[in-house]
Design a protein around this ligand. Structure first.
Ligand SMILES: NC(=O)C1=CN([C@@H]2O[C@H](COP(=O)(O)OP(=O)(O)OC[C@H]3O[C@@H](n4cnc5c(N)ncnc54)[C@H](O)[C@@H]3O)[C@@H](O)[C@H]2O)[C@@H](O)CC1
Ligand SMILES: Nc1ncnc2c1ncn2[C@@H]1O[C@H](COP(=O)(O)OP(=O)(O)O)[C@@H](O)[C@H]1O
Ligand SMILES: [K+]
Length: 461
């Protein structure tokens, strides 16, 4: 688990004021970290193109040009000139070691984007947007300095962005690098430490990114147990029975001792290992909403009174009864962006389109979580966001192979399974999410199906 930050200006400031470091020292470390990535990957005298902007992101790029000059063929291009004091100073130093600024972005083995970083304030001009498109088309290894140019503080594109193979991010990882929109642009994210240990540099934060290595599986650690030791999940099945049945199958494969589907349809076809119940009593956790439509409306009051953990999904976010569940303990909600927009409307938090939700994922998840601190919210997407008590936990480990009908039903079943096994709702949601993401990394990436995904839960240990 790694802390991430909305901004690092305050952390840089601490370096100057508390640790008596200077901008020059921080910048030297920033540039040297990029140089190391080039030394590691490319032989001497490879051709390195550095496109630098007018501010301190550009200054990082010019510093890199000076470090590499003599070992590599360095082409430094400054389409907007040098404006900040540091950028001008670094340019003098580059020229002092014999470097010459080029008139154009040339072809080469590496392109470094040091145009704009955390100072990007408005949409890029047509000229710079065109330059970035050209850089993206080049057949070169692409390095973004701090943040790929064009990605703003919220992780949105303005209106294009540099498509990096690696992003060397300065001081600490920024939240904006983990938006869904940024996922196709950041490449591998590498943190550069700026002259002090990260443990000294970092500060308190509400944002954390979870890594594959953090996964905890529901491995059984004793022999003296029986099926009820591992809980009994009930899954309500309604209009589209497949959704609930897949959730039930996922829950059984992820360790629940017993799984029942609750359905009023006597002819429903369910796998042999899953039980069929007509009643909503007797479970240690409940999962519902997937394919439910308006079924179980007569029983909703009885469901509300149950004192067991619940994972609620899909169709429930369009129903006004959802409001009653938000003051309960041990509730997990798993909307995708369109369902989250519906939920925000139902609870009176505003009218948003799914694309508004995507543009403001972090903000809206955080606001919802502050308003409903008892609820664990999992907002689905390319990078899943799990919000609890105003803190955001991000799971960026999933792949596009999961973009298939039924993937979300499997996730709800997995969360329900851990809830039934007695896990705290936050822990259940984070680790079900990680397991779902890891199992969802499948090649070829068009061929994953929910049943394969469920089967792959067997190979995570
Ligand atoms: N302590 C520091 O200040 C450090 C800064 N570092 C680097 O400095 C960067 C931040 O530097 P700055 O604050 O100078 O910001 P940037 O270099 O990202 O951009 C600032 C400049 O771009 C202009 N600008 C903003 N949006 C524009 C647009 N759409 N079109 C044209 N011009 C635009 C601004 O007016 C300003 O001149 C970081 O991303 C990082 O790379 C690192 O060297 C580490 C230390
Ligand atoms: N591009 C993607 N990259 C990573 N994960 C994805 C991507 N698209 C979808 N997912 C994941 O797949 C699941 C899809 O859920 P959902 O949209 O509810 O599907 P369904 O309702 O059909 O089961 C979510 O967990 C989501 O985070
Ligand atoms: K950049």
């Amino acid at each position: 688990m790694n802390p991430v930050f909305k901004e690092v200006y305050s952390l840089d400031k601490k370096c100057y004021e508390k640790f008596n470091l200077t901008e020059d020292i921080l910048m030297e470390h920033a540039a040297y970290s990029m140089a190391l990535e080039i030394y590691k990957r490319f032989p001497k005298f490879s051709k390195i193109n550095i496109v630098a902007g007018p501010g301190n992101n550009g200054a990082d790029g010019v510093t890199l040009a000076r470090i590499l000059h003599g070992d590599y063929i360095v082409n430094l291009y400054l389409p907007l000139g040098a404006k900040s004091q540091m950028c001008k100073l670094q340019l003098e130093r580059f020229e002092a070691v014999g470097g010459k600024v080029k008139e154009n972005c040339e072809s080469g083995d590496v392109i470094v984007d040091a145009l704009f970083g955390s100072g990007l304030k408005r949409d890029l001009s047509d000229e710079i947007a065109g330059l970035i498109r050209k850089m993206n088309k080049a057949k070169a290894f692409k390095i973004a300095c701090d943040i790929p140019t064009g990605i703003d503080d919220n992780g949105n594109l303005r209106p294009v962005a540099f498509k990096a193979d690696i992003t060397v991010t300065m001081g600490a990882e920024k939240l904006s690098l983990y938006s869904d929109a940024a996922k196709d642009y950041v490449g591998e994210i590498i943190r550069a430490d700026l002259g002090v240990s990260f443990n000294k540099y970092k500060g308190p934060t509400h944002y954390h990114v979870w890594e594959k290595e953090d996964l905890i599986l529901p491995l059984r650690d004793k022999q003296n147990a029986h099926k009820r030791t591992y809980g009994h999940l009930g899954v309500l099945v309604g209009e589209k029975p497949g959704a609930g049945i897949m959730a039930a199958m996922a829950a059984f494969n992820f360790g629940a001792g017993l799984v029942s589907v609750v359905s009023h349809d006597d002819k429903i076809n369910i796998p042999y290992e899953i039980m069929h119940s007509h009643h909503i009593q007797g479970f240690s956790a409940l999962a519902f909403g997937m394919g439910l439509d308006n079924h179980f409306d007569d029983e909703m009051e009885e469901i509300l009174k149950l004192d067991i953990p619940m994972v609620i999904d899909a169709d429930m976010f369009y129903r006004s009864e959802i409001r009653d569940f938000l003051s309960k303990e041990n509730i997990v909600l798993t909307p995708h962006p369109k369902e989250f927009a519906a939920l925000l409307k139902v609870v009176g938090m505003g009218e948003y389109s799914p694309s508004d939700v995507q543009k403001n994922r972090f903000y809206l998840a955080e606001e919802f979580s502050k308003k409903y601190p008892k609820i664990v919210l999992l907002l689905k997407g390319a990078n899943k966001i799990i919000a609890y008590k105003g803190n955001l936990h991000i799971d960026p480990n999933g792949s596009v192979a999961l973009a298939k009908g039924g993937s979300g039903d499997v996730l709800s079943g997995m969360i329900g399974s851990l809830l039934a096994q007695g896990w705290h709702p936050l822990k259940a949601t984070i680790h079900a999410s990680l397991a779902h993401s890891i199992a969802g990394n499948y090649e070829p990436n068009y061929a994953l199906t929910p049943l394969k995904l469920i089967k792959r839960l067997e190979n995570l240990a």
